[in-house]
Design a protein around this ligand. Structure first.
Ligand code: PLP
Length: 321
């Protein structure tokens, strides 16, 4: 596929670091199985706008700036990595931001405190209002209140967000090629919430590679269908990598952090020196261990774990117990 480039000087001038390291891991779990394991450090793109959320916002921000938008509005929960990244990026770009938050908070979460400090206007939606956020009436009122604002759905999940994820995949592919990794034995594992990030990576990689997602959500698998649709919107059949979604590593559901996941996260952090987040990347590591044990990967494979960022979310969990 043809992946657009970040051609706007306005974006370049934000000076974010997209050439992040592909760090080899000395992880006994992988070493014993003869699997060469790496972690792609997209958490290092920017301390506050890290990982896939930066990629999902980049083309959206560019579009908003090109259109002369008065600001950007988006949606998210009280611990949202997306709103957090948007608040910082908006301030860097000099654009006002509005965050519509699901639920009411008597005390702001650390995430929302940060958003506020960056100048984001916060509004709190009741459950009923949240459900109505896609209705015409809601959108009209929003445009009246914030005229000329550019609206991005929660999670940065629109077509420009998907294109950003394809650019993330392209950057990973270049990095893996430069490191001399064999494409035929290249495997990637990435966390899936909406699956947009997975779809972007899949679209950017050739058919020899296997790019898999780890669902962090419990419940019926609607991800497979939506990832397939998104991939099809960017590529011709066969013109993308093989892929699958592993649905058995949600550990009880979104943001659930049981003892075994906690233990996995601590043990990986101690052995690698790489910090993880409890909601997404720690489940990727747990899944990698289980998949290696189950013989899903072959000796000689290069397995890349995607560090999609989200470290700001650690503050919502008590990690010192
Ligand atoms: C949002 C997020 C994801 C999931 O991305 P999707 O495109 O929604 O699948 C993964 N990792 C981190 C750290 C995130 O913040």
């Amino acid at each position: 596929m043809n992946i657009p480039v970040f051609n706007s000087l306005k974006i370049d001038s934000l000076l974010l670091k997209t050439h992040t390291p592909l760090q080899p891991l000395k992880w006994p779990v992988a070493q014993r199985a003869g699997v060469k394991c790496y972690i792609k450090r997209d958490d290092q793109i920017h301390p506050q706008c890290s990982g896939n959320k930066w990629y999902k916002l980049a083309f959206n921000l560019e579009r908003a700036l090109d259109a002369g938008a008065a600001g950007i509005i988006s949606f998210g929960g009280g611990y949202s990595n997306h709103l957090h990244a948007l608040a910082h990026l908006g301030r860097l770009a000099g654009l006002p931001t509005v965050g519509l938050v699901r639920g009411r908070y008597q005390h702001l979460t650390p995430t929302l405190e940060d958003c506020k400090t960056q100048g984001m206007t916060l509004e709190f939606l009741t459950k009923a209002q949240w459900k109505e956020r896609h209705l015409a009436n809601f959108t009209e009122n929003l445009q009246k209140k914030y005229p000329g604002f550019y609206v991005i759905p929660e999670g940065g999940d629109n077509h420009l967000g998907l294109l950003g994820c394809a650019a993330m995949g392209d950057s990973l592919l270049q990095c893996a090629t430069q490191a001399g990794l064999e494409l035929a034995s290249l495997k990637v594992l990435v966390a899936c919430g909406t699956g947009t990030t997975l779809a972007g990576l899949v679209s950017a990689f050739p058919a020899q590679c296997q790019i898999d997602g780890v669902s962090v959500l419990k419940g019926p698998d609607t991800l497979t269908e939506s990832v397939a649709k998104r991939v099809a919107s960017l590529t011709q059949p066969g013109d993308c990598s093989r892929w699958a979604i592993h649905t058995e590593y949600h550990c009880g559901g979104y943001a659930k952090f049981p003892q075994d996941l906690h233990a996995e996260m601590i043990s990986f952090e101690q052995c690698s020196g790489v910090l993880l987040d409890p909601v997404y990347t720690s489940k990727v590591v747990l899944a990698a261990r289980e998949l290696i044990y189950a013989g899903y990967y072959n000796a000689g494979d290069s397995l890349i774990l995607m560090h999609t960022g989200g470290l700001q979310g650690r503050r919502g969990f008590n990690l010192d117990e």
